[in-house]
Design a protein around this ligand. Structure first.
Ligand SMILES: Nc1ncnc2c1ncn2[C@@H]1O[C@H](COP(=O)(O)OP(=O)(O)O)[C@@H](O)[C@H]1O
Ligand SMILES: [Mg+2]
Length: 710
């Protein structure tokens, strides 16, 4: 009996070991080496009284005792199963669990799901006729889910399995068995799960939950359909490879030694957002740079925000351009940038249609967030004054929801690259912080002078702080150039930059620690959305907006919400957002932040490091990680000098995951590694002389590349 006090999942080698250890402890007078496995686990029998239908007794003659047991089957219903859901069972003590799985052939799985789609559609129809709104929505959801799965399976991105989970619980005596039984039944009873005692089938149940035993619970109702994701949730590392669908090579699968590819644009993904997480030094930037370089080779476009200023070399190598943002520099990013976008509506007849509009409401919200940060928070009166000024400017500039309003009325001649002249409508210049400031003067003061921005008297005293503080961010002040004016970089218009260059990297290392750091971060993200993701001329390209150290968004009210929208809506524009972060907490603590990371349909989890159990559980439930995966991610850093675990982690694409190590060729590594030891060893560390010498000869583009090495 002692043997079965341990939980067992069908993982044979583990069971074998545990059992033999047990045995050694219990019966030292026998030589365990001469016992076969079957002998080791052999039982002395069981009996099931004729008059009892839901209980049996296991006989242990040596102890002169009988123990009661009750066998169950675990029902799952139609909901998906997620990791951690069966923890109560695993922790319940004297309990055997066997999970019997058989893989369906593709055609079996497809047939099964075709039927499910039809069944759910029929149910929906019935419910609609009966006017049962709630069940109708449920059925539609179930149908869509089944349909999605059907797609995945028939495209070969998913597999179907039939599974039965047999459970036998043991107790000291009948009473303990009953109360323990009720307890575990209660605790798994949620989310359409239930633990059903095997009435009149105790023998089958008892046998089915023995190690190595075949499944005796073979009728159709005892089996439940599982897809790959559900399997991962119940057995660590079932799904240890990613189905190949293109994308970029990332590293070696440490289980089967194959190359794994990361396809953030895999056709079966619901959106193209991706996540890279890991502690400092775990290899996030390294992996990201490597991924980026291959993405450029595939013809993708990249807009990256680079807080550590380390993307320069690889970006320039790949034909990209680096823009360095510094205080007192000559670059301007206009936070007022406003472009048209596609929104979806539901018509009264239920049809979804999309429409192109100028999203004035959300733009005003984002600008208010911006001002809120500049002003270190605003009271509601101040907020109102700012909002009014912004709306007045928008009106004054003739901008409405109609996209035409972003363009001038008259067509003008434009010379094309090939010398040809065509007539087209030009985009209006953008309004700027100066325009909003002037509007504040008009709205709240008397005797104002819009040329030198002075006034005689303040009419609305609530505008006092606004007029004073915001004056410091206008163009004639040192902090003003960066935000006040048309967006341009070294005299080059952002349009030209984005249209002609595959990768634009914004290096913001120079302003690290300055007051404007967070706000520059935010404004660049807004720029990425307005100008890069939504850009009509880039429509045909797949695009990545890469935000490194993205947790910084928590410093700005409303920014997480913005990133969430960005991640969700960019698929429409053939684009995805990459969130690269060392810290998940700021995301998990914020509902919008949670949505941001949960939405990521592909992810690379590098080493996160030791965590307490609560944190582990949270991580596990949000990302549906298996025990084995979690173990890898939570490993402590190695203390050895030649630690090879950097770049090791779990890659996840849709429902599949694999344990990999990011591998980079030596040639590529020279452009990616930032470890000083590595650079010196390989003669790659530029000396101070070199920088000064080359400076005088190189173009600015190349110069920036060299600086970023340091
Ligand atoms: N896959 C890898 N293979 C070899 N070395 C790596 C790998 N990933 C990271 N490293 C080493 O670790 C250093 C730090 O990695 P980095 O990506 O900058 O960490 P972070 O997660 O803080 O961004 C790199 O410069 C490189 O030397
Ligand atoms: Mg980094």
């Amino acid at each position: 009996m002692k043997l079965f006090r341990r939980k067992k999942i069908q993982k044979v080698d583990e069971i074998e070991e545990k059992n033999s250890n047990n045995k050694r402890k219990n019966r030292t007078n026998e030589d365990p080496q001469h016992e076969s496995y079957i002998e080791k686990i052999a039982l002395e029998g069981f009996h099931i009284p004729m008059d009892i239908r839901d209980r049996g007794y296991q006989i242990e003659q040596r102890a002169g005792k009988e123990y009661p047991f009750r066998s169950y089957i675990l029902n799952f219903g139609n909901t998906s199963i997620s990791t951690g859901e069966l923890d109560t069972l695993f922790r319940a003590g004297a309990l055997n669990i066997n999970f019997h799985l058989s893989k369906l052939t593709k055609s079996q799985a497809v047939n099964k799901y075709k039927r499910a789609v039809t069944d759910e559609a029929a149910r929906a129809l019935q419910m609609q006729k009966a006017g049962n709104e709630i069940d109708f929505t449920e059925a539609i959801k179930a149908r869509d889910k089944a349909d999605h799965l059907l797609q995945e399976i028939s495209d070969g991105y998913n597999d179907g399995f039939l599974g039965t989970m047999a459970v036998t619980l043991f107790g000291e005596d009948d009473k303990t068995l009953d109360s323990m039984g009720i307890l575990i039944q209660d605790s798994v009873e949620h989310n359409e799960h239930s633990l059903r005692p095997l009435y009149n089938r105790q023998k089958d149940g008892w046998l089915s939950s023995l190690p190595l035993s075949p499944n005796m619970l073979a009728s159709t109702v005892d089996k439940r359909f599982f897809d790959r994701t559900a399997i991962v949730a119940t057995s660590p590392f079932y799904s240890s490879k990613i189905p190949f669908s293109g994308g970029v090579p990332l590293g070696e699968n440490l289980h089967n030694r194959n190359m794994e590819f990361l396809n953030v644009f895999a056709p079966y993904l619901e959106n193209y957002s991706s996540l890279i997480v890991g502690t400092s030094g775990s290899g996030k930037s390294f992996s990201n740079k490597y991924i980026s370089s291959s993405q450029i080779l595939l013809g993708n476009r990249i807009f990256s925000i680079d807080p550590d200023g380390e993307n320069g070399p690889i970006c320039v190598l790949m034909g990209g351009k680096e823009v360095e943002i510094r205080e007192g520099g000559q670059n301007t990013i206009n936070p007022c940038a406003l472009t048209e976008e596609e929104v979806e509506h539901t018509l009264p007849n239920g049809r979804r249609v999309s429409q192109v509009i100028v999203p004035i409401g959300s733009k005003v919200g984002r600008l208010v967030s911006f001002y809120n940060k500049l002003l270190d928070g605003m009271n509601s009166q101040e907020k109102e004054l700012i909002k009014k000024a912004i709306l007045d400017v928008i009106k004054d500039w003739g901008i409405t929801e109609d996209p035409e309003s972003l363009y001038e009325k008259e067509k003008r001649p434009v010379r094309q690259k090939n010398g040809e002249i065509i007539y087209k409508k030009q985009r209006k210049v953008e309004f700027t912080l100066s325009d909003i400031y002037k509007q504040l003067l008009k709205n709240n003061t008397s005797g104002y002078n819009l040329d030198n921005l002075t006034f005689q008297e303040m009419i609305d005293l609530d505008s006092r702080r606004l007029l004073k503080v915001l004056r410091g961010y206008l163009r004639d002040r040192p902090d003003g150039i960066i935000f006040d004016g048309q967006t341009q970089f070294g005299g080059e218009k952002i349009e030209n930059l984005l249209d002609d260059i595959p990768w634009v990297n914004f290096n913001i290392k120079a302003i690290e620690g300055s007051d404007i750091y967070d706000i520059v971060f935010y404004v660049l993200t807004v720029l990425g959305w307005e100008y890069f993701v939504k850009r009509p001329s880039l429509r045909k390209y797949r695009k990545r907006l890469k935000i490194e150290e993205a947790w910084r968004m928590k410093h700005i009210d409303g920014a997480m919400l913005f990133v969430e929208e960005l991640a969700r809506r960019s698929r429409k524009y053939n684009a995805g957002v990459d969130i690269i972060t060392q810290d998940l907490k700021p995301f998990l603590n914020d509902p919008n932040g949670q949505a941001v990371v949960k939405q990521a349909t592909s992810a690379l989890f590098l080493r996160i490091g030791a965590m307490n159990n609560d944190e582990k559980e949270e991580l596990q439930s949000i990302f549906n990680l298996s025990e084995g995966e979690l173990e890898i991610i939570c490993r402590k850093p190695s203390e050895s000098e030649n630690d090879q675990t950097k770049g090791e982690g779990i890659i996840r694409v849709g429902g599949s995951s694999a344990y990999i190590k990011v591998n980079v060729s030596d040639e590529m590594r020279a452009f990616i590694d930032t470890d000083p030891d590595y650079l010196i060893r390989n003669g790659l560390m530029p000396s101070v002389d070199e920088i000064i010498d080359e400076n005088s000869e190189m173009s600015t583009e190349e110069k920036e590349g060299v600086f970023a090495w340091g």
